[in-house]
Design a protein around this ligand. Structure first.
Ligand code: UN1
Length: 509
């Protein structure tokens, strides 16, 4: 449970709820003989203050250590994660709900980030610029910022930490991490592994400081002048929780009826404003509304496999999930008919079980949002071609869903965080690009075609307006070597590879 300050929980005792609650009402009595998996105590503001003081002290030591030596520490973190890959992957699956290969894949992503960062630690190169003064030259030197705040979401509870923390650490920064309130066990497990490496090397543990907590801690990070850079990835659940806290504190009024997408944008803006008010820097990764375009010359089987992975994978809870499928009119019916058949065969079930393709949604609220979303879709003229219902069983299972709808429908502009795919028809490439670019978000996009002239238009100035512009691969599955992030309401941040590291340092000319 998380998302609010401790005061927000006080009402629970009014309902007869305590810190530990038996979960079965049997024959008139509360009981529960199954195991309590874990109890987690969230951070208070006092914990935060103490943590930040220690972190600020550790920063003085860490930034003095030569970058390649910092890289060696990150290499050891990668090695420690490698030995725990399977267990961590299982924990990600258990706590987040994604299927086991995705849980393991996510931990592998942070291991890969460690490897990447080790190499980078020897390449934080500055430059020499000719001076107009005789016998002078200009140097550009990259220095650490000090402390980097990382706020992550439930859907990638450890990979997103990796994109930010591995780079931040080799760049000479301490890390202050707040994981999602609904994935605290991963936050604790990851922190423990990093802490052991730091201890073994006689380094201050506060180099890597972490908190399980909700909006109160997130807001403290956003407002903290000791943290020059805040990287914020927002899930709708987390963001709604943050928004509710803001409403509670009366910072903003009159947005009670805002839709989830507006919440994401509004809360993203609030985080950004809080950071910018103190002249801090922000890396925002807020939401996606990613389209796959299938041209008339596309390899249809390849496109179908990609759509399935991109739209149903992680139960549609990736920022890079394909939410809109734009089909050329000449292939429309064939693709839709085949996809419906494939969707009917998707193996839904226990994410830890071999062969499962679609696990549950993350929380009961996610399931409620799915139900509400389907109602809105129908009210706005969407036709459900397959799926559209929750599955009547224990757990937050829903059917993978395909909806035929006009690109102009308001609901298509929003990010419904579940396995719901909107299909629509187009006639020309220009029309497809226009639809691709017609949503507030700008994270990922993909086109399926064999024609070089289409590919070059797609990746050029008049093509996709997204941060990630793919050809003949799904919208998700971005590689760490590239800079990850998107434009417009996605927030503009770039994480992981390429020259993203420069944002984690300050330039001295
Ligand atoms: C996200 O959905 O926020 O591209 C991250 C992918 C992953 C990361 C997604 N590498 O699907």
């Amino acid at each position: 449970m998380g998302g609010f300050g401790r005061k927000a929980y006080e009402f629970l005792s009014e309902l007869g709820l305590g810190p530990r609650n038996p979960g079965c009402f049997v024959n008139g009595a509360w009981r529960g003989s199954g195991p309590v998996i874990a109890e987690v105590m969230e951070a208070s503001i006092e914990d935060y203050e103490e943590g930040l003081r220690a972190c600020a002290n550790a920063a003085k030591i860490w930034m003095q250590i030569p970058a390649p030596k910092r890289g060696e520490i990150v290499r050891q973190i990668g090695e420690a994660l490698r030995t725990k890959l399977y267990y961590l992957g299982r924990l990600v699956s258990l706590e987040m709900g994604k299927i086991l290969p995705e849980g393991i894949g996510e931990v592998q992503e942070i291991i890969d980030m460690c490897d990447y960062a080790v190499g980078l630690s020897r390449q934080l190169n500055g430059s020499i610029i000719p001076s107009e003064r005789p016998n002078h030259m200009m140097l550009e030197v990259w220095n650490p910022l000090g402390i980097v705040g990382v706020i992550t979401a439930f859907n990638f509870p450890c990979a997103v930490l990796g994109w930010n923390a591995c780079i931040a650490l080799v760049c000479g920064n301490c890390v202050v991490w707040k994981g999602a309130p609904t994935t605290p066990l991963i936050t604790i497990a990851m922190t423990e592994i990093v802490a052991q490496v730091l201890e073994k090397n006689n380094l201050p543990a506060a180099i890597f400081t972490s908190f399980c907590g909700g909006a109160e801690i997130g807001e403290a990070i956003a407002r903290d002048t000791r943290i020059p850079l805040v990287s914020f990835t927002g899930s709708s659940k987390l963001l709604l929780t943050v928004l509710l806290l803001y409403l509670e504190l009366s910072y903003i009024k009159g947005v009670e009826s805002a839709t989830v997408v507006m919440c994401i944008i509004i809360v993203g803006l609030l985080v950004q404003q809080n950071v910018h008010k103190r002249f801090g820097k922000c890396l925002l990764e807020l939401s996606g509304n990613n389209a796959i375009i299938v041209m008339d010359d596309a390899d249809i089987q390849l496109a179908m496999r990609s759509v399935l992975f991109a739209a149903v994978g992680t139960a549609g809870q990736r920022c890079t999930t394909c939410r809109r499928l734009l089909l050329h009119e000449s292939v429309y019916q064939t693709v839709v008919d085949q996809l419906i058949q494939v969707y009917k065969q998707v193996n839904i079930g226990d994410p830890l079980e071999k062969g499962t393709l679609l696990g549950p949604l993350h929380t009961p609220i996610s399931k409620e949002n799915f139900v509400k979303g389907i109602e809105v879709i129908k009210a706005q003229g969407g036709k459900i071609l397959v799926g559209g219902s929750v599955i009547d069983s224990e757990g937050n299972f829903v059917q993978p869903t395909i909806v035929e709808i006009a690109p102009s429908a308001q609901v298509v502009k929003e990010e419904l965080f579940g396995p719901v795919l909107y299909v629509m028809k187009f006639q020309t490439l220009n029309e497809a690009i226009e639809i691709n670019n017609s949503v507030p978000q700008g994270l990922s996009s993909s086109i399926f075609t064999r024609k070089p002239e289409i590919i070059f238009k797609w990746i050029g100035a008049h093509g996709s307006d997204c941060g990630i512009v793919n050809v003949n691969i799904p919208t998700n599955g971005a590689e760490i070597g590239g800079a990850f992030g998107g434009e417009k309401a996605t927030g503009g941040g770039r994480e992981a590879g390429s020259d993203s590291w420069k944002q984690y340092m300050r330039r001295s000319t």
